[in-house]
Design a protein around this ligand. Structure first.
Ligand SMILES: CC(C)(COP(=O)(O)OP(=O)(O)OC[C@H]1O[C@@H](n2cnc3c(N)ncnc32)[C@H](O)[C@@H]1OP(=O)(O)O)[C@@H](O)C(=O)NCCC(=O)NCCS
Length: 233
């Protein structure tokens, strides 16, 4: 019978990597996007936020799912470069220049953009610059997390159990609300989060270009969902 426990590094590193690579979307499958994005969406969280990083383990104590979060997205972003990216060595992948600091144009290709997010602009990755007419998402709903479970363990209630436990951990870490962004066409995940008490963020994003609240422009525009963790957020 699987169970949920805190992440333990470095022991769990390989299993976290396997879960990320198995569950990530098609654009993150080829190298080097797979390696870079594993740090963006998985390893940085486990390393920087062990108190809000939980794993679902099988009977041999090997992780088969994870939920990785932070109670304070702004503080997390400010630690990211100094405490995580600075010491990171992606064997065979060169560090990008700091385009903005050197007055260079930002890269347009997918892999260079991912590297730029990892080493230069985690604030953008963490949606701290999502233009909102109202208060930024990370102000009112300052926490966020990522959850992924290997296919053999999906749809058995473990995702719900991990989200419940994570909400408690985020609350204990001082969070008043949690936000998350998902690809606009990931309707399954949207239904899952709705079952978990999340609702579409009622804020106008991207200057209202999508025509919907809580949604960025574009065919697969990111949809933002939020959940209050305490009363009166
Ligand atoms: C999304 C995910 C975390 C959900 O975890 P899970 O363990 O499979 O979900 P649960 O069994 O706990 O389901 C909880 C509820 O959400 C619903 N749900 C879960 N996945 C769903 C889906 N794809 N479509 C519709 N409803 C879904 C369940 O039916 C259940 O509702 P119920 O209580 O009425 O029965 C998991 O399926 C997963 O890792 N998927 C692949 C990666 C992914 O999409 N991650 C999220 C990216 S934003």
């Amino acid at each position: 019978m699987p169970s949920i426990r805190p992440v333990s590094l470095p022991t769990d590193h390989a299993a976290l990597d396997h879960i990320f690579r198995t569950t990530s979307g098609p654009s993150f499958k080829p190298e080097p996007a797979a390696t870079i994005s594993s740090h963006l969406f998985c390893h940085a969280y486990a390393a920087l936020e062990p108190r809000t990083s939980l794993v679902l383990v099988d009977s041999s104590n090997t992780p088969v799912g994870y939920i990785l979060g932070t109670p304070d997205t702004r503080a997390f972003a400010s630690r990211w470069k100094r405490e995580y990216a600075a010491g990171l060595d992606l064997a065979g992948i060169a560090r990008p220049p700091d385009y903005a600091a050197q007055g260079l144009p930002r890269p347009a290709d997918f892999e260079s953009s991912l590297l730029d997010l990892l080493f230069n602009s985690p604030e953008e990755l963490l949606n701290l610059h999502v233009p909102s007419r109202e208060e930024p998402l990370a102000g009112t709903w300052g926490a966020h997390f990522h959850v992924d479970i290997l296919p053999a363990y999906q749809r058995q209630g473990w995702g719900a159990a991990m989200v419940e436990e994570m909400c408690g951990a985020l609350r204990a870490g001082g969070a008043r609300g949690v936000h998350l962004g998902l690809e606009g066409r990931n309707e399954g995940a949207a239904r899952f989060y709705a079952r978990m008490g999340f609702r579409r963020a009622e804020v106008v994003l991207d200057g209202g270009a999508s025509g919907e609240v809580g949604r960025m422009a574009g065919e697969n525009g990111t949809v933002f969902m939020v959940k209050d963790l305490v009363e009166g957020v």
